[in-house]
Design a binder for this molecule. Structure first.
Ligand code: SAH
Length: 327
């Protein structure tokens, strides 16, 4: 919901200031429309329904996976596609994967979003409205900015959305912002008071290979990015999660595991190995055996490493697959 419009409208109608909070609370608890807000005067509910769109996004499609994952394609008022995903895990965790931009200006070669046209930054309301959509379906407890876009290139809106997620049940500590290594954003997040987690998409410790996979590495070289992450750790005392997508014959060798372990201070970093999801690119995912061997080598060298559970693969909702086809 566009909160500025809501506030303006309530003020024009001569409503007391607490109405804003009242509406916000209902929405955060999963109300589907103003009509549901039973402690608002009936006339007011009708007027708000006429004057304030309940969401800044419209739903353009939804897919449900066998594993309980739901992927929704939204449109902004100017027709931009945005996708977000609700993941439900066996341990009961309900995690949202949120988008910060429509499309992405960075062109990581293995990522479906990176191959689509960049649209624009999303507003804080457009980000929160993704979360509110899923809040109407389910309780929520975690959120990751790992959908479309580079959150650090739109940090004002992303932080604005983070401010509001606790009302929906998602605490700052259970919120993670993932970046390609956009240094100005990492530096700013280090100064931020909200204790949100930082995640770094690393993918290759070797500079030439990293630049090949992620052209942004030419602008912000890995050594500088790791230094910024270390600084972030010094300020926030929270480990940085490294994401490493496992590409067969590209970045999954024993030697590359050794290089990665050498690059990472185990106090600061924890590695999450991501099985590659097909996107129509030329890459193939590493075998479970190769992923296991890579993980063992990191662990042997004192770097803690886990393998990410893949969700929603059957509906193209898994990591790196968000790219609205109609875009
Ligand atoms: N731009 C940010 C936020 C997007 S996060 C970032 O890159 O960190 C998306 C995560 O999914 C990144 O770690 C990315 O490397 C990973 N990813 C992209 N394509 C993938 C694919 N096809 N399979 C598995 N992971 C992928």
């Amino acid at each position: 919901m566009d909160l500025t419009l809501l506030e303006q409208t309530l003020a024009e109608l001569g409503q007391p200031a607490y109405r804003n909070r009242q509406v916000g609370r209902w929405a955060a608890q999963g109300a589907a429309c103003f009509e549901d807000m039973t402690d608002l005067p009936r006339d007011l509910r009708l007027t708000l329904t006429e004057r304030v769109p309940f969401s800044t996004l419209t739903v353009d499609g939804e897919a449900r996976s066998r594993d309980g994952t739901v992927k929704t394609l939204f449109r902004t008022h100017d027709g931009r596609p945005v996708e977000a995903v609700l993941m439900r895990y066996r341990d009961g965790r309900r995690s949202l994967c949120l988008s910060s931009q429509s499309g992405c200006p960075l062109t990581c070669t293995f990522c479906a979003t990176g191959q689509m046209k960049f649209g624009r930054n999303l507003s804080a309301s457009e980000i929160v409205d993704q979360a509110l959509h899923f809040r109407r379906m389910s309780e929520l407890d975690h959120a990751v900015f790992m959908g479309m876009g580079e959150p650090m290139m739109n940090l004002d809106s992303v932080l604005g959305a983070c401010e509001r997620l606790p009302d929906l049940g998602i605490t700052h500590r259970r919120t993670a912002i993932s970046t390609v290594g956009w240094i100005p954003g990492i530096e700013r997040l280090a100064q931020e008071r909200m204790p949100v987690r930082l995640a770094l998409s690393l993918h290759a410790a070797d500079p030439a290979l990293r630049s090949e996979l992620m052209p942004v590495n030419d602008r912000y070289p890995l050594a500088d990015v790791l230094a910024a992450c270390r600084d972030h750790y010094e300020h926030k005392r929270r480990q940085v999660f490294v994401e490493y997508v496992m590409l067969a014959g590209v970045n999954d060798s024993h030697g590359q595991a050794v290089k990665l372990a050498e690059a990472l201070d185990p106090r600061v970093f924890k590695v999450n190995l991501i099985p590659y999801n097909p996107t129509g690119s030329a890459y193939r995912g590493s075998s479970p055996k190769a992923i296991g061997a890579f993980q063992d080598e990191l662990e042997r060298r004192g770097v803690s490493a886990t393998v990410r559970l893949t969700r929603g693969q059957d509906i193209d909702a898994a990591c790196g697959q968000l790219a609205a086809r109609a875009a």
